[in-house]
Design a protein around this ligand. Structure first.
Ligand code: DQA
Length: 148
């Protein structure tokens, strides 16, 4: 059975309450439940994980990421400066899809650069919680092509 990991970075546990005008009203539980439902419908194993700690995100990528078929990752604030997460993404061979709820290119200057983007398969930014679903569809295509 194919496996997708969904990895949420710092402060995304507050999704739905945190700056709803930017990140929307949908909670992280709702995002994960929607992805879990989609995964079930397509016979795909899914593991969702959130951490506020850089080290835990890296450990998760090392331990779980290596065995997965695709990782959907919102590195949150780490997007803009974590060379360590970038190295972890590069270090595993699993394709990673970077997701941002907001359009990071239309925000403050410091958010307009992702150090992660050059080492991921693709990036989805600006479609709110629907971005995770878009990433799921992209992952599904990738998995189908791998197993063809
Ligand atoms: C974010 C954008 C980041 O700049 C920010 O630090 C986040 C969320 C997004 O999903 O839009 O925490 O990754």
């Amino acid at each position: 059975m194919a496996k997708i990991l969904v990895l949420h970075g710092p402060n995304l546990n507050l999704l739905g309450q945190r700056e709803p005008e930017i990140y929307g009203n949908v909670s992280l539980d709702d995002v994960n439940q929607n992805l879990t439902r989609l995964a079930k419908e397509h016979n795909i194993e899914i593991v969702c994980f959130q951490s506020n700690s850089e080290g835990e995100i890296i450990d998760f990528l090392h331990k779980e990421g290596i065995e997965a078929d695709c990782v959907i990752l919102n590195p949150a604030a780490y997007t803009h400066y974590s060379i360590a997460i970038r190295d972890a993404v590069k270090g595993i061979k699993t394709p990673v899809i970077e997701v941002h709820l907001s359009n990071i290119y239309a925000r403050e200057e410091f958010r307009r650069h992702s150090v992660i983007a050059p080492v991921v398969w693709g990036q989805i930014s600006g479609f709110g919680h629907y971005g995770y679903e878009m990433a799921f569809w992209a992952a599904l295509q990738l998995i189908k092509n791998i197993n063809r």
